[in-house]
Design a protein around this ligand. Sequence first.
Ligand SMILES: Nc1ncnc2c1ncn2[C@@H]1O[C@H](COP(=O)(O)OP(=O)(O)O)[C@@H](O)[C@H]1O
Ligand SMILES: [Mg+2]
Length: 260
Amino acid sequence: MTASIAISGVRKSYVARGREVLALDRVDLDIAPGEFVAFVGPSGCGKSTLMNMIAGILPIEEGSILHDGQRVNGINRAVGYMTQQDAVLPWRTVEQNVALPLRFHGVNGAARTKRVAEMLDAVGLTGFGRSFPAELSGGMRKRVALAQLLAYEPRTLLMDEPFGALDAQLKLLMQEQLLRIWQAKRQTVVFVTHDLAEAITVAQRVVVFTGRPGQIKQIETVTLPAERDVFKVRFLPEFEAAYTRLWDALAPEIRRGEAA
Ligand SMILES: Nc1ncnc2c1ncn2[C@@H]1O[C@H](COP(=O)(O)OP(=O)(O)O)[C@@H](O)[C@H]1O
Ligand SMILES: [Mg+2]
């Protein structure tokens, strides 16, 4: 079977103030169609860099990334990308914000109106279409970003610390909503988080990166069923075992970064 995302030999360095910084090195990873994968690693290990490369926003200079068998070379329109700074525009209503990616994909008229209504319903924002983002709570704003991400039904979702700024309870609700959507549509999902518990709660595999230059250190297969309860999983022995193994892999990387 063709991988949804095939990353091989990816290496990336930046030049900042005349100095070369190696951000990622020798990254190889295959992600299967419909798989939900989480990336964790210390801050600055290149997670966002790798996401930008899968999205085709950042050129791939060394190594290659194939998405659904096609080499990523320029903006990859087959993925939906929720960046660390979401793309919700404050001067547009919720409806207009959700309609934006559809406009870019040439969906117009009644089809667009219908799709926007469906998306608002899917994320629990029916009745808020005419509101402006500033009138919404943080969690509702995140749901607008989620509706935007899903609007044109991309086969692959890239989510970079999407719920990072939310409080613990709201985070659980968003995770639950995302899992429900994924269980229905089975998109391929790459989800970056700095929260190990969140990674285990949502993902089928958790990839741990080393500190810079980011390399894959360990991959944990989460043995919890795909249909899972985000509130209850953390009390299961499999969750605790996965957490311990992941923490043992991640902690030295974080400590190394703090010492540097
Ligand atoms: N545009 C850039 N110019 C120079 N250095 C950058 C740039 N973007 C990222 N970096 C550096 O590359 C490393 C990886 O960054 P990033 O991918 O944002 O990491 P993460 O998302 O894991 O926190 C960091 O050291 C960061 O400072
Ligand atoms: Mg980042």
